[in-house]
Design a protein around this ligand. Structure first.
Ligand SMILES: [Zn+2]
Length: 274
């Protein structure tokens, strides 16, 4: 990592792009500000699994990080996707240097980082932020559990539509630079399977694609192609962050109100059979 790439975070207004920085009380933010650094992260940027890199907390503003689990034979699968609604690197605050996986910018953009000492200590002195961070980790744990069920029960086309819809929520744009090879690694499937599922979405007029570039032509219909996990995620997020729910889904056309738990479970089962 090139230290010169990072510079003092001097764009006060841009902190609202990340919901954790946004929710900081003003006095806490002003105390943290001298320790915040900004970097325009290119597509494919890697936060390596090193002690130096993991001595920071990372807050995506407009970029999206993909956390990948990796086996010793090199096989990888997405463990989590983190954008403006989250943060990454809390291990350092717990005295653990490393994650067992790397973070890769699946979508380039601006990111802020905060050195654990003293920045993390200042954060931990703000009760409302500690509560939000704990809620976020429980939310992430729910998503990880759902991902296991999703991989077992839902079709690749549904999972692909789910992933693309979540990326649209995080990035707020309809164009992504991502290859079928990358999507295969993220979803833990072969590239050929991604190409076939993508072809179905393209024939339906939901996406259009050129080599390495994807345009979400009809996000509303894309959202309805996604498996029931999408509404499940929404309902769980609403439970943990009731004041942020509207914003989380505001750019998701055709989004239905969060269903009751029983209704959601039935929906997921129907999708699993479909
Ligand atoms: Zn699913």
């Amino acid at each position: 990592m090139n230290a010169e790439q990072w510079r003092l975070h001097d764009h006060l207004s841009s902190r609202s792009d990340n919901h954790f920085l946004k929710s900081l009380p003003e006095d806490a933010y002003l105390r943290l500000r001298p320790f915040l650094e900004t970097f325009d992260v290119p597509n494919g940027y890697v936060i390596p699994n090193t002690r130096a890199a993991y001595s920071y907390l990372y807050f995506p503003l407009t970029c999206v990080l993909n956390i990948q689990g990796e086996l010793t034979d090199g096989a990888t699968t997405e463990v989590a996707t983190i954008g403006r609604y989250g943060f990454f690197g809390v291990n350092a605050m717990m005295g653990v240097s490393g994650m067992g996986g790397s973070a890769i910018a699946i979508h380039g953009g601006r990111m802020v980082r905060l050195r654990n000492l003293p920045g993390g200590s200042i954060l931990m002195s703000v009760p409302s932020i500690v509560r939000d961070m704990l809620r976020y980790f429980v939310f992430r744990n729910h998503l990880a559990t759902m991902a296991v069920i999703c991989q077992r029960h839902h079709s690749l086309e549904q999972r692909l539509a789910h992933w693309l819809t979540m990326m649209r929520i995080q990035t707020r744009i309809d164009d992504l630079d991502v290859t079928h090879e990358q999507l295969g690694r993220l979803l833990g499937v072969r590239r050929e399977g991604v190409s076939e599922a993508m072809k179905h979405l393209e024939v339906a007029g939901i996406v259009s694609q050129t080599r390495g570039h994807l345009h979400l032509a009809d996000p509303s219909r894309l959202r309805h192609h996604a498996c029931g996990c999408l509404d499940e995620s929404r309902a769980i997020h609403a439970k943990f962050f009731p004041n942020r729910t509207l914003d989380f889904w505001e750019l998701l056309p055709g989004s239905a109100p969060a269903a009751a738990p029983n209704e959601r479970r039935e929906s997921a089962c129907v999708n699993a059979r479909g």
